[in-house]
Write a protein that binds this ligand. Structure first.
Ligand code: NZQ
Ligand code: ZN
Length: 382
């Protein structure tokens, strides 16, 4: 276990904290308020953000779509460059915050911004970012990751840079009041799988990281069981904090990480438009069953410490069944039905995409090659 860890994002957590924007952004900043399809105009978040920007020089860019596209974001980059803007305020879910990260980096680069996603340009400079989170799920509000889609080629790729990590993030659980049930369930599943990707690998003897991951998993499981109480302040606050902690970098520090479910899931979203959280629920149970011999010890630990299952035969198998049942209890499917045409053709397409994106050695042991991905997809595609 050896690591360096810092999470420099200042979190302003709790009701009424959107007003913090006024003191969190430097007074002389020229701000771009970046947001999505308009949900923030229907729930009062836009008005609160605008009120706290009083006295600032600011402009807005609306229309960042779920699974943000480089085509849309490049228009925001042009605006930033043309207007000499110096600070990006992202108000939205993971898509808007990821989009802000791309804009912040691409605005400081003279070439084609997509180079950043292709790894041809390493981010050397980026505008500062602040975030107001409206959908707890991705953890993007306090990490340096960003996932961007090129609509023209149906490619969904990610980049990571400490330079695009938000300087501050407002986490006001009240903003969740207008979230559709579907997005709440997606958020729960995403946070759950983030934790699993950093925990369900091999035994590590890292008691603190493993123990904290189990706390997060038990909390998320409880929130799922209490889904009927999703309109309570406590429920909302707990989900918002759990999703944040699941991907702020700490539980993955100094321990092996997997991320194969995410990489395969991104292809499902890019090709078939499946919501991010749902793509994970489709891939993960099948992947865990396929990799069960390598993950057996950790699945048994999760069975005991998260699900409270009793020892006995097939404990790891029962843990995967419990994970799948958890998704079903939230109304989230665990098989891909969105593809057109036959199953074999869909699998061929997904595997070809994985190969073309270099996703040929996935998982904590880098042992999931395209052949293994194909076998995993045999179970995951209906
Ligand atoms: O666009 P608006 O109108 O805001 O509507 C959004 C969108 O339609 C709506 N919404 C958000 N907050 C709302 C609300 N509706 C009502 N009330 C509110 N308070 O929800 C819809 C989905 O939003 P989106 O931002 O797309 O969802 P999410 O937060 O799940 O983000 C998904 C994106 O994040 C990426 C995913 O790949 C996907 O592109 N991820 C980013 C990660 C990171 N940066 O660390 C890690 C994740 O694994 C993930 O890959
Ligand atoms: Zn995710």
């Amino acid at each position: 276990m050896k690591f360096s860890f810092v999470n420099p994002t200042q979190i302003h957590f709790g009701q009424g904290q959107i007003a913090r924007i006024a003191s969190a952004i430097p007074r002389d900043a020229r701000v771009l308020l970046l947001y999505g399809g308009g949900s923030i105009k229907r729930n009062g978040v836009y008005e609160q953000a605008v009120a706290s920007l009083e006295g600032f020089t600011w402009q807005e860019f609306a229309g960042v779509e779920p699974n943000p596209t480089v085509e849309t974001l490049n228009r925001a980059v042009e605006q930033v460059k043309a207007e000499g803007l110096s600070y990006i305020l992202a108000v939205g879910g993971g898509s808007v915050i990821d989009g802000a990260k791309y804009v912040a980096a691409a605005a400081c680069y003279d070439g084609d911004g997509w180079d950043i996603l292709l790894g041809k340009h390493r981010v050397a400079e980026a505008l500062p970012i602040g975030a107001v989170l409206t959908l707890p799920a991705t953890g993007s509000e306090s990490n340096g990751g960003s996932v961007v889609t090129k609509a023209a080629t149906q490619e969904k790729l990610n980049f990571v840079s400490p330079l695009v990590q938000p300087h501050f993030a407002v986490l006001d659980p009240d903003v969740m009041k207008t979230l559709p049930e579907r997005q709440l369930a997606n958020g729960l599943v995403d946070a759950w799988v983030h934790t699993c990707e950093q925990y369900l690998t091999m035994p590590t003897e890292a008691m603190v990281q493993e123990g904290y991951a189990e706390v997060l998993l038990r909390s998320l499981k409880t929130l799922g069981e209490q889904f009927a109480q999703r309109d309570s302040d406590a429920w909302r606050a707990n989900l918002m904090l759990a999703a944040n902690q699941a991907l702020n970098g700490f539980i993955g520090s100094g321990v092996p990480q997997d991320w194969a479910t995410h990489m395969i899931g991104h292809e499902l979203t890019a090709l078939y438009g499946v919501d991010h959280g749902r793509s994970l629920a489709i891939v993960q149970p099948s992947l865990l069953r396929h990799q069960i011999e390598y993950k057996r010890a950790k699945l048994e630990q999760m069975a005991r410490n998260v699900f409270g299952l009793s020892d006995g035969d097939a404990l790891a198998e029962r843990c995967v069944d419990a994970i799948e049942a958890f998704y079903h209890s939230l109304g989230v499917a665990t098989q891909l039905t969105e593809h057109d045409g036959d199953k074999a053709a869909a699998i061929d397409t997904i595997v070809a995409r994985l190969e073309s994106h270099g996703m040929v050695k996935l998982g904590e042991r880098r042992a999931i090659t395209p052949a293994e991905s194909r076998e995993i997809l045999q179970q995951a595609v209906a």
